[in-house]
Design a protein around this ligand. Structure first.
Ligand SMILES: Cc1cn([C@H]2C[C@H](O)[C@@H](COP(=O)(O)OP(=O)(O)O[C@H]3O[C@H](C)C(=O)[C@H](O)[C@H]3O)O2)c(=O)[nH]c1=O
Length: 180
């Protein structure tokens, strides 16, 4: 596994070592010791799996209590994945980083607690897997507006985004509850 920096110091891309042969490929998508050896001591309590069609945009989500760290990857299709720093004390507060994750590039992203997370689908369909460091607490879930002009995220959509009601009613950063 190799770490790749993003525009936000704590948000990291992880490139697994892929073993290919005449049968196909194999790679370890998570190994606690390997990542700890790279400085990422991670323990997860939940595994999630979602499937979305093109232009579906899920996010930008975070839990104001029980913030979740997320190790995310795509096993079918492609997404533009985004993390937004919501830690008011951080020098990168309010900044975002975006990257393409796909079944083809096999890249994973580590998004620490303290960040909002979302993605839009840039293939016909995408299957999205992610591990979280804390449990889902719907009562603490918040949604940051995907189209907040203060963030100005250039989502690579080919049409209107397909959004859940909660994401149509997301909060602007200026009004959102954020972390200390
Ligand atoms: C997140 C979650 C949801 N659910 C149930 C609740 C709903 O009945 C259904 C769909 O949930 P939701 O619309 O919140 O799913 P997403 O919009 O994909 O939410 C996720 O989207 C972005 C990308 C994230 O990073 C978060 O992990 C998460 O908020 O699954 C559960 O049972 N457990 C869970 O952990």
């Amino acid at each position: 596994m190799r770490l790749v920096a993003t525009d936000l110091p704590e948000v990291l891309l992880i490139e697994p070592k892929v073993f290919g042969d005449e049968r196909g490929f194999f790679f370890e998508s998570w190994n606690r010791n390997t990542l700890a050896g790279l400085g990422l001591e991670l323990d997860f309590v939940q595994d999630n799996h979602s499937r979305s069609a093109r232009n579906v945009l899920r996010g930008l989500h975070y839990q104001i209590q029980h913030p979740q760290g997320k190790l995310v990857r795509v096993i079918q299709g492609e997404v533009f994945d985004v993390a937004v720093d919501l830690r008011r004390s951080s020098p990168t507060f309010g900044r975002w980083s975006g990257f393409m994750l796909s079944a083809e590039n096999k890249r994973m992203a580590w998004i620490p607690p303290g960040f909002a997370h979302g993605f839009c689908v840039t293939s016909n369909y995408a299957e999205f897997l992610y591990k979280t460091t804390d449990y889902w607490h719907p009562e603490h879930e918040r949604s940051l507006r995907w189209d907040d002009p203060q963030l100005a995220i250039p989502w690579p959509l080919t049409g209107e985004p397909v959004l859940a009601a909660k994401d149509q009613a997301g909060q602007f950063l200026a009004d959102a509850e954020v972390y200390a």
